[in-house]
Write a protein that binds this ligand. Structure first.
Ligand SMILES: Nc1ncnc2c1ncn2[C@@H]1O[C@H](COP(=O)(O)OP(=O)(O)OP(=O)(O)O)[C@@H](O)[C@H]1O
Ligand SMILES: [Mg+2]
Length: 250
């Protein structure tokens, strides 16, 4: 379980450009929940994920994973619990290395020293099988450099790579924002499958309101650094796009 207690985040405190990105946020996310986070630009969504990942520290408040206070545990040490996928498909990969080598590094994500292990046939077969499930034909390109792929192809692989090593929590920050509709559907379908199969606790940020209705079992609406609405699975099923547009004043 993830618990945020009275979390506030102020950037540039005391300076003219002071920004309060989060204000006294209290949030509990149960293990295995798939939470979708929506909200206008600048409402604090990415800041919330950054705090959970440990990329930034809160100005006030505490963060717990399974009852353990992780507030001051740095990002690299939280990586044994947390995996992330970002909006930019270029992020999180080594473009000059082959697909297979990228998967090998991903499988060692939480290893502090990254021991050099050879790629054996079993590993190659496992990677090939996982990639084949995307239905993009990328399983035949394992030796191609990651940088030679399109953004959509790379994002689909980044998602698979994010769970090559153990994780409990998967954070997805607009993973389909740069993708065409078909690639976006592949990435979202794959994300849902992974979250379900591995029993992950997941948070997805998206500006795609259809996706926010289709995926996940809880929906949070953020505005001005606060959680304005918290919609459970049953209420979410009844929610309409029209009602959601109204949240955004659209
Ligand atoms: N590193 C930073 N330094 C200064 N201000 C920041 C920083 N990160 C975020 N902010 C500010 O905090 C507020 C919330 O930003 P955040 O990135 O969390 O928004 P968001 O909801 O993810 O928006 P978007 O939908 O555009 O991605 C914004 O006003 C932003 O300018
Ligand atoms: Mg953001």
């Amino acid at each position: 379980m993830i618990e945020l207690q009275h979390i506030s985040k102020v950037f540039h405190r005391g300076q003219v450009n002071e920004v309060t990105a989060l204000q006294q946020v209290d949030l509990q996310i149960a293990a295995g929940d798939f939470v979708v986070l929506v909200g206008a630009n600048g409402s604090g969504k990415t800041t919330l994920l950054n705090l959970i990942a440990g990329a930034i520290l809160p100005t006030e408040g505490k963060i717990f994973f399974n009852g353990e206070d992780v507030t001051t545990i740095p990002e690299h040490r939280r990586s044994r619990w947390v995996a992330r996928v970002f909006q930019n498909p270029l992020g999180g990969t080594a473009p000059d290395l082959s697909i297979l080598d990228n998967f090998r590094l991903a499988a060692l994500r939480t290893q502090p020293k990254r021991p050099v292990i050879g790629i054996n046939e079993t590993f190659r077969r496992e990677v090939r099988e996982r990639i084949a499930q995307l239905g993009m034909g990328l399983e035949n390109k394992l030796n191609q450099p990651m940088g030679a792929l399109s953004g959509g192809q790379r994002q689909a692989l980044t998602l698979l790579m994010s769970v090559m090593d153990h994780t409990d929590i998967l954070l997805l920050d607009e993973p389909t924002a740069a993708l065409d509709p078909r690639s976006a559907a592949v990435v979202m379908g794959t994300a849902q499958q992974i979250i379900q199969d591995l029993g992950l606790t997941a948070i997805l940020i998206t500006h795609n309101l259809r996706d926010s209705l289709q995926y996940g079992n809880r929906l949070l609406h953020m505005a001005d650094g606060q959680i304005m609405r918290d919609v459970n699975a049953i209420a979410k099923q009844k929610l309409t796009l029209g009602e959601m547009y109204a949240w955004f004043g659209a």
